[in-house]
Design a protein. Structure first.
Length: 240
């Protein structure tokens, strides 16, 4: 079974080499591809000089465009499972087996790594305002899909071949994690969460922690997107 880690990276000069080293030291047979999303710092130099497998995007497409590039790569190279894996050091490589297992043994289409299903499983729980935002987004996802997702903004996710193809063709650009989860649930794909460990960002800043209002603005816009997407996806019908 071919497994690919998709690693979106934008201005991750402080983290990307350490993240890739952890992957390369991992004793499982997984491949990776870094998607350098038009970084303006030294990320691209590090990737070149250290011979790290990567794709350079000429312009910054945002997280949605970068991740979709990874899914296109996974689809074109016939990977069975693709895993989104952040380049900032937050995701724990030792949780790979936990996130893959439901796809292999339970025939799940997507498995999401969550900090909140079992809070003892993760040392890092994020800020209060972001947890509050996640809880509210989770409520709206359950309202429109009848499925509870405890960590709707988690970027630590594994998908099977069917979803790789789906995401390679269509992937949200604005709020990709919650929107893509809603799209799969509405289309009757099987989605499951498993508790995983997440670490605090090792260096640099997340765009959502730069000021108080950014997470609030994000939450409101995500909720509106969930409402619009759930209606739109239902009109288009289920999975093929």
């Amino acid at each position: 079974m071919k497994v690919l880690l998709i690693i979106p990276a934008y201005n991750e000069e402080e983290n990307i080499e350490k993240t890739v080293k952890k992957i390369e030291n991992y004793n499982k047979d997984v491949d990776y591809i870094v998607i350098n999303d038009g970084s303006k710092d030294n990320t691209y130099k590090i990737l070149d000089e250290k011979n790290i497998k990567h794709i350079d995007l000429v312009h910054n497409l945002g997280i949605g465009g970068a991740v979709q590039t990874g899914y296109k790569y996974a689809y074109e190279n016939n990977y069975d499972i693709a895993i989104q894996f952040d380049g900032d050091g937050q995701h724990d490589i030792n949780c790979i087996d936990k996130i893959i297992d439901p796809l292999v043994n339970e025939k799940v289409d997507m498995c999401i790594g969550t900090r909140y299903l079992d809070k003892s499983s993760s040392k890092f729980q994020s800020t209060f305002i972001r947890r509050l935002g996640s809880n509210i987004i989770s409520i709206f996802i359950k309202l429109f899909t009848r499925t509870k997702i405890t960590d709707p903004t988690s970027g630590f996710r594994a998908v099977n071949r069917n979803v790789i193809e789906e995401f390679a063709k269509n992937y949200p650009t604005e709020y990709p994690e919650p929107e893509s989860t809603v799209s799969l649930l509405v289309k009757k794909y099987k989605v499951k969460e498993v508790p995983v460990n997440m670490n605090e960002r090792e260096g640099g800043d997340s765009s959502l922690t730069l000021n108080f209002w950014k997470p609030v603005d994000y939450m409101i816009k995500v909720i509106l997107a969930i409402i619009v997407d759930s209606i739109s996806f239902r009109r288009k019908g289920g999975k093929k």
